[in-house]
Design a protein around this ligand. Structure first.
Ligand code: PLP
Length: 378
């Protein structure tokens, strides 16, 4: 079955008890045993497994073309489980522009438990190979990256990781399984912040891991899910399944609008650089075209005049909402350097746009008036 069809149907069918077409939300925390102590439906207690989460996990596994999916209470909870599955003394290679929380987790939490890490420019395959040590057991990919939209060649990095005896994980949040299938490119695990496009409506927090097999590592991650306890509520699982049903059409809209916004910005005299892998001039375009079916809904642009001019644009937008995050129906804009603080490596003039599902012309007109009105660079 094709992924658009899976998105609509995977994980559920009309409820056998009632015929309800929309799946019920199963809120029970505990499940009845038979007189002999057996569990007729296989559920014991909601933290370890429950019917609504199981439906979601089936849908997530199907979408990524995996075997086993594990749902978490947030993307960071899923990421933390991956790092916790490693041992003190082991080493992780991750991108220097990894999601801010991923890099902080490695630095501020995992380093203290003995998990070492090296952050590299993942678009530079020599740098990836050079960062591998005899203790490297994991290479973490995130592509396209945040906020610079850098594109990592997944299959090539997988080859480097596997040659060194390390596993390769891909944070597939920005691309979604609709645009990019890391397991088919050789990755050993996919991570998602389902808070973003999979949820799709800015109303739930969630994370997921999808593994190609039900092997010992998947079992270890399942143990960390159940014992760590950072699991999503049944209601959030249900909301996420509702979001997934429209994923394929929402992604078409995000990609189409982002392409229009990127093309507009690339031709604007107040804009220095546009980062969008869909632009033929983008340094990541060729690799992205080879491993993605479309280029996603995120665009970033460097405004002429640095931080002052960029912040002025952010103050002037009317339709874009000034907020962090992405993946909802509404367009968001953010000056990343001020959000990330003094240690940020993000260029001061960079604006990150999460392009939503409004009409592309309204988005372009809003950006145009904001850019025209903004302080003239000195
Ligand atoms: C948001 C995000 C995360 C973290 O997910 P949460 O659900 O906020 O915990 C990780 N990676 C990427 C690429 C993200 O955008």
């Amino acid at each position: 079955m094709r992924i658009e069809t899976l998105a609509v149907h995977a994980g559920h069918a009309p409820d056998p008890a009632t015929g309800a077409v929309t799946p019920p939300i199963n809120l029970s925390t505990t499940f009845a045993r038979d007189a002999d102590g057996s569990l007729p439906h296989g559920f014991i207690y909601a933290r370890s497994d429950n019917p609504t989460r199981r439906e979601l996990e089936r849908a997530l596994a199907a979408l990524e073309g995996g075997d086993t999916a594990l749902a978490f209470a947030s993307g960071m909870a899923a990421t933390a489980a991956v790092f916790q599955s490693m041992l003190p003394g082991e080493h992780v290679v991750a991108p220097q522009d990894a999601y801010y929380g991923t890099a902080r987790l490695l630095r501020e939490v995992m380093a203290g438990w003995g998990l070492a890490s090296t952050l590299v420019d993942m678009t530079d395959l020599h740098a990836v190979a050079a960062a591998i040590t005899p203790r490297t057991r994991l290479v973490w990919i995130e592509t396209p990256s945040n906020p610079s939209l850098a594109v990592t060649d997944i299959a090539r990095v997988v080859a480097i990781a596997h040659a060194a005896g390390a596993r390769c994980v891909c944070d597939n949040t920005w691309a979604t399984p609709l645009l990019q299938r890391p397991l088919a490119l050789g990755c050993d695990l996919v991570m998602h912040s389902t808070t973003k496009y999979l949820g799709g409506h800015s109303d739930l927090t969630g994370g997921a891991l999808v593994s190609p097999g039900d092997d010992a590592w998947a079992a270890r991650l399942r143990t960390l899910q159940a014992l760590g306890g950072a699991v999503p509520s049944a209601f959030d699982c249900w909301l996420l399944m509702r979001g997934i049903r429209s994923l394929s059409w929402r992604m078409r809209g995000h990609c189409e609008n982002a392409a229009a916004v990127a093309a507009f910005l690339a031709g604007h005299d107040r804009v220095e650089t546009v980062h969008y892998p869909g632009l033929a001039s983008d340094p990541g375009h060729a690799v992205a075209a080879g491993q993605m079916t479309a280029f996603g809904g995120m665009v970033s642009a460097q405004v002429r005049g640095g931080a002052e001019a960029a912040l002025d644009v952010v103050r002037r937008v009317r339709l874009f909402t000034r907020a962090t995050s992405l993946g909802g129906t509404e367009s968001l804009i953010e000056h990343r350097a001020s959000v990330e603080g003094p240690e940020s490596r993000t260029p001061p003039g960079l604006l990150r746009l999460a392009v939503g599902l409004e009409h592309a012309d309204d988005l372009v007109e809003d950006l145009d008036q904001a850019l025209r009105g903004a302080a003239t660079p000195r």
